[in-house]
Design a binder for this molecule. Structure first.
Ligand code: CP
Ligand code: NVA
Length: 309
């Protein structure tokens, strides 16, 4: 059994294996209906318990489809409906019960510490479905999408992020080290990645380029990523933050600094960080990106359940 909490802690070889498996499985489903089960039914009879402390559309639906297509099933819990959320039951006891009824646990939480705590008490794998510090399932799936579109390993591409230094970027930074790709980040001075993130990159012999200028970050990029300026866990002054990002909106002008065939990706939901022209433009692959989460999360589940071939 394997937990899937942060990309930093997962060996690069395992991450690559997940992507390779996802590609094989996706190819085999060419003419399948949405709920048709993969022929080998690898997770037949298994239950994934999903718990959301914060809103979700894509993560919830894509994990639902992922476990279903592998032959298993899922139930979704909201913390405020549990004794845990109301403070009447300990995390340790909750974890024990989750492990008694379920085979895997997917958690979207506003506390990184909570996932760590769960991983100590659970006897089933826990998957981070977004936390304040990372969004690993999203980013691993995005690596898959980039390689599918560009038809080459991501290590041969220039990847650019223009936007906030948030959970999604933290995972993308971790991925840049694990998959050895060039990452340029464009963000305002006061919103650069935290020191512990940069220190981790240096310690692991990675390199990221940070520019306080969106055009410089976009220069020669094969792929431009973005995400909302205000995240679910943001407790800061929103008006000031939005003002600081005024010159970082991804417009066609900014995209013109990237390569001619540069792809635009965004995990969704979107805000004003990207113009509709770019978001709905021909180089935007955001819908494919969302769909691919089903395929990659299937292989993440198999990895967690110790069933990856
Ligand atoms: N991209 C993503 O995680 O979307 P949801 O918040 O809708 O799950
Ligand atoms: N950074 C965003 C991602 C949403 C999928 C957030 O945490 O709200």
């Amino acid at each position: 059994m394997n937990h899937f909490i942060t990309l930093k802690d997962i060996p690069a070889m395992d991450l690559r294996k997940i992507i390779t498996d996802a590609k094989k499985r996706k190819d085999k489903r060419n003419k399948f209906n949405t709920l048709e089960i993969d022929r080998d039914k690898p997770l037949k009879g298994k239950l994934l318990i999903q718990m959301f402390e914060k809103s979700s559309l894509r993560t919830r639906l894509s994990f639902y489809l992922a476990i279903k297509q592998l032959g298993g099933g899922t139930i979704t819990l909201r913390t405020n409906e549990l004794h845990l959320g109301k403070g009447g039951e300990s995390l340790a006891d909750t974890a024990k019960i989750l492990s008694t009824y379920g085979d895997g646990f997917m958690l979207r939480t506003d506390s990184d510490k909570k996932i760590e705590e769960f991983s100590k008490y659970l006897t089933i794998p826990v998957i981070n479905g977004l936390s304040p510090s990372s969004h690993p399932t999203q980013v691993l799936s995005d690596i898959f999408t980039v390689e599918e579109i560009k038809k080459k390993p991501i290590s041969k591409l220039n990847i650019c992020w223009i936007g906030d230094s948030n959970n999604v970027l933290n995972s993308l930074i971790a991925a840049s080290v694990k998959f050895s790709f060039k990452l340029s980040i464009g963000c305002p001075k006061n919103y650069e990645p935290k020191k512990f993130v940069i220190d981790w990159v240096k310690k692991n012999k990675g390199k990221i380029n940070i520019y306080n200028d969106a055009k410089k970050a976009a220069m020669n990029a094969d792929v431009v990523f973005s995400d909302k300026v205000i995240s679910l866990n943001d407790k800061i002054n929103k008006i000031n933050k939005i003002k600081a990002f005024k010159n970082f909106q991804i417009s066609s002008k900014i995209m013109s600094f990237a390569k001619k065939d540069a792809t635009f990706l965004h995990c969704l939901p979107r805000g004003a960080e990207v113009s509709s022209e770019v978001f709905l433009g021909k180089n935007s692959k955001v819908w494919l990106q969302a769909l691919n989460r089903v395929h990659v999360q299937k292989s993440i589940l198999l990895y967690c359940f110790g069933r990856l071939r």
